[in-house]
Design a protein around this ligand. Structure first.
Ligand code: 13P
Ligand code: SF4
Length: 350
């Protein structure tokens, strides 16, 4: 990266000292990650944000929903900054509050809303987390989805899982023993979600029709081709991948899990990894004694994660040095209160 920008970022960070804390998600660019005080998956970063009450500014190198969660979990005086406001998440955008309320009204009309516990993936807007908190549910991440669902099924008979159909289906079927027939897919763009009343009544798991535009692109064919090309290869994928990909893989887990799995792997072993490219590249560089490959060459970066680049980070830090707070992310107090209930419920999971 541009040496001038590297120097400017370092100088601005030094000038701010302990007043600033920089969080970096694992999918961020190397040029940004080098300035992160801590790196992590979305669960670890939410906890790290909550654990820094002394930092006046949290600069979140990640996407919008993560910065919102950080604002909810930090104190009123702390300010959360997202270096580029265009860093959203296509999956989070697939569940809009009005659509979810419409779905809930439908479940109420059918007389089953009382038996449904809403669970939302961290990758959702604060509005959706607020809805879930208001209705007795919980937030989950890819590292605690099973624990969150165990909790939810202890509260009610059914789950409405938002917004990632794949994480919901993979966890219910592969980790909790539900069948594919226990799951139905609710499409917010179709009348009645594209389902019959009976299907909604019978379902144990109502999956929202959302997916990750990066992980959703890995296919079963990619896995089979990799096994043919590299005999003995270990296939390691994120649970946001499609069900048939996850079923055929050897190991499945969050980004933190993927990192730990490769750290523990035998020297000389071969790994094909199905997750975001910035992370896979860093892992390949970190483990020259192992063969770390990308599961599919045409799947690329998360374009919105990649919006955060060194120029945006330098700009944000220099603004803070100048006494201005750029791109502050704030959640309105009522939404924040209810979202916090659902996030605290997650943080309290056993
Ligand atoms: P985790 O960080 O929870 O593994 O989620 C991956 C992701 O897609 C983040 O946007
Ligand atoms: Fe959203 Fe997928 Fe990008 Fe994560 S990787 S921010 S889920 S689009």
């Amino acid at each position: 990266s541009d040496p001038g920008l590297v120097e400017r970022a370092a100088a601005a960070k030094a000038a701010l000292g302990d007043r600033v804390f920089v969080l970096g998600h694992h999918y961020q660019r190397d040029e940004v990650i080098q300035f992160a005080d801590v790196t992590g998956d979305s669960f670890k970063l939410a906890r790290e944000a909550a654990a820094r009450p002394d930092a006046e500014f949290i600069v979140f190198c990640g996407v919008h929903f993560m910065a919102e969660s950080a604002d909810i979990l930090t104190s009123e005086t702390q300010r959360v900054v997202l270096p580029d406001l265009a860093a959203g998440c296509s999956m989070a955008d697939m569940a809009v509050l009005e659509q979810v309320e419409q779905c809930w009204d439908l479940l109420s009309d059918l007389g089953i809303a009382d038996s449904v516990v809403p669970v939302t993936y961290m990758n959702s807007s604060a509005d959706i987390k607020g809805f879930v908190g208001r209705n007795g549910g919980v937030v989950c991440t890819s590292s605690n989805a099973k624990r969150a669902l165990d909790w939810a099924y202890a509260q009610g008979e059914k789950v409405l899982f938002l917004p990632d159909q794949h994480l919901g289906r993979n966890t219910a079927v592969l980790e909790m023993g539900y069948s594919l027939d226990d799951c139905v897919l609710y499409d917010p763009h179709k009348p009645n979600g594209g389902l019959t009343d009976q299907q909604l009544r019978d379902a144990k798991m109502i999956l929202w029709r959302g997916h990750c535009s990066v992980h959703g692109r890995f296919t079963l064919e990619n896995v089979l081709a990799m096994r043919e090309q590299v005999p003995g290869v270990n296939i390691l994928v994120h649970p946001e991948c499609r069900h048939e990909v996850v079923t055929e893989a050897d190991y499945v887990g969050s980004t933190e899990y993927i990192i730990k799995k490769l750290e523990a792997a035998e020297p000389g072993s071969a790994w094909a990894v199905g997750t975001e490219l910035n992370l896979v590249r860093r892992l390949a560089a970190a483990h020259p004694d192992k063969q770390v490959m990308f599961l599919e060459k045409t799947v690329c970066y998360c374009s919105t994660m990649n919006r955060i680049d060194l120029p945006h980070l330098v700009w944000a830090l220099e603004e803070l040095v100048a006494g201005r707070v750029p791109n502050q992310i704030t959640v309105d107090p009522d939404t924040a209160h209810h979202a916090r209930v659902a996030l605290d419920q997650m943080l309290a999971l056993p």
